[in-house]
Design a protein around this ligand. Structure first.
Ligand code: UDX
Ligand code: ADP
Length: 456
């Protein structure tokens, strides 16, 4: 099938950048990105410095393709109706209620999409699963679609998981290590796979495009993220041992990573991994393993998350226990995003650290170059709500919480500084200018002169 019109449902961190790059590389294809959130669509159509996703290089790509062959629209039905290929890039958060709560992925948005596609479509469609989904979701999507479709419309569902990392999304999309496409073995399934292969072949070498069966593709996404997270938990667990023994975590990491079989990536000790994927995907893997009666496998992967919580906790306790009483001490939290070069704070270690400092009575000053004040407040409020913190208590805490627009002038009056995100401006800051030395807690190992740095 020759594809010349694509619809992408979901204009978030995955949908927006991915479609921008496909539009750039395939000018002959018209792509419309749709979303239920009209404000988001308006922002995508608005000024380039206020796009809803902060991602280095994204504005330049959008500048070239927006209005040429990339469009952002709230008209979901028409866009589905018009396209031959539909990407599903909606969010799949962890379920908060019902069976599998706290573990399994919530597929309600995916299911809504599937129903919508079935109801609106009057011609054959290729549906591409882009969101991270539990294994065998394609089967579920198929079931919903066949229940709601018009009789003579054929749907092929293929899986094409996204491996981009935030902060380097555009670079990752330009030069993917691999593109994975899973489809079923029927003639039309394979034809759908070929149609997507043809699109990626415009800029990805053929040998990097891997085609598999659909279940391998779905599981590969969960497994890749679990393996990456596992490396971070492994090095973070060793950082605790380094602190006890006098070994140096950076030296250890270099020594381990020089083994070709291990490699140097994802061995940087930190205050703990965050982001929208690692925790969610591991929980999903644990749930799946338990579902299939593989309790030992489930326990193994759960431990990766336990070490991550342990590391965040260890870091926070280190700060708190450095003072006889942390109450009313001024702590400057540097960085709110879960990593540098993104405005995303989902599951960021900063939320946990700041929340616990606030609850311990410290005066907490928070600075991030990109994350908005509204987002920081919403992240903290979520925890206040989860812990049933009373309004009175919340007001007391709020009086000691300051979200600031620059950090330099707060340094000398701080009692402690916690570096949570490895933004360049923290790395490049001239720390020698600091006159009264506050205690510096470096959760990223980016400073030479520090009071405490993970693993040293
Ligand atoms: C991850 C996967 O890398 C990507 O392939 C997948 O598509 C989505 O999930 P992302 O969450 O955007 O991407 O960022 P990533 O670079 O993987 O970092 C995740 C977390 O691990 C961050 O908090 C980061 O700071 C932390 N990290 C990473 C470490 O603590 N140490 C490291 O060595 C590497
Ligand atoms: P991700 O990081 O996976 O891209 P985001 O939350 O950034 O996740 O983006 C997912 C987007 O999908 C959101 O903007 C959300 O409004 C959108 N969305 C969710 N369900 C639907 C739906 N049924 N139809 C259209 N858009 C949807």
């Amino acid at each position: 099938m020759k594809v010349n019109k694509i619809c992408c449902i979901g204009a978030g961190y995955v949908g927006g950048p991915t479609m921008a790059v496909i539009a750039l590389k395939c000018p002959e294809i018209q792509i419309t990105v749709v979303d239920v959130n009209k404000d988001k669509i308006n922002s995508w159509n608005g000024p380039l410095d206020q796009l809803p996703v902060f991602e280095p290089g994204l504005d330049q790509v959008i500048k070239q393709v927006r209005g040429r062959n990339l469009f952002f629209s709230a008209d979901i039905d028409n866009s589905i109706f018009d396209s031959q290929m539909i990407f599903m890039a909606v969010n799949t958060p962890t379920k908060t209620s019902g069976e599998g709560a706290g573990m399994a992925a919530d597929l309600k948005y995916v299911e809504e999409c599937a129903k919508k596609i079935a109801e609106v479509s009057r011609s054959d469609k290729i549906i591409v699963e882009k969101s991270t989904l539990p294994v065998r979701t394609a089967e579920k999507i198929k079931e919903i679609i066949y229940k709601h479709r018009s009789n003579d419309v054929n749907f092929d569902i293929i899986s094409n998981p996204e491996f981009l990392a935030e902060g380097t999304a555009i670079e990752d999309l330009f030069k993917s290590d691999r593109v994975l496409i899973g489809g079923d073995e029927s003639f039309s399934g394979q034809r759908a796979v070929s149609a997507l292969v043809e699109i990626y072949s415009k800029w990805i070498p053929k040998e990097k495009i891997l085609t598999t069966n659909i279940w391998s593709s779905e599981l590969a996404k969960l497994a890749s993220n679990a393996m990456l997270a596992q490396r971070i938990s492994s090095i973070n667990s060793l950082s605790a041992l380094c602190e006890k023994t006098g070994a140096n975590i950076e030296e250890l990491s270099r020594a381990i990573g020089m083994d070709n079989r291990i490699g140097p990536e994802f061995l940087k000790a930190s205050v703990g991994f965050g982001g929208s994927c690692f925790k969610k995907d591991i929980l999903n893997l644990v749930y799946l393993s338990k579902y299939y009666g593989l309790d030992d496998v489930a326990d193994y992967w759960l431990q990766v998350l336990k070490i991550n919580d342990y590391q965040k906790d260890r870091f926070t306790k280190k700060i708190i226990s450095s003072f006889k009483n942390i109450r009313d001490k001024k702590v400057l939290v540097l960085g709110w995003a879960f990593k540098a070069n993104t405005g995303d704070s989902r599951d960021s270690a900063a939320i946990y650290v700041a929340y616990n400092l606030i609850c311990s009575g410290a005066r907490v000053y928070i600075y991030d170059p990109v994350v908005s004040k509204a987002q920081i407040l919403s992240d903290l409020n979520f925890l206040f709500k989860e812990d049933n913190i009373s309004d009175v208590q919340k007001t007391i805490f709020s009086e000691k919480l300051f979200i600031i627009n620059s950090f330099e002038c707060e340094i000398n009056s701080s009692d402690a500084i916690a570096i949570i995100t490895e933004w360049d401006e923290f790395r490049d800051f001239d720390w020698n200018k600091v006159t009264k030395k506050p205690l510096i807690f470096d959760g990223r190992g980016i400073l030479k002169d520090f009071y405490y740095s993970i693993g040293k």
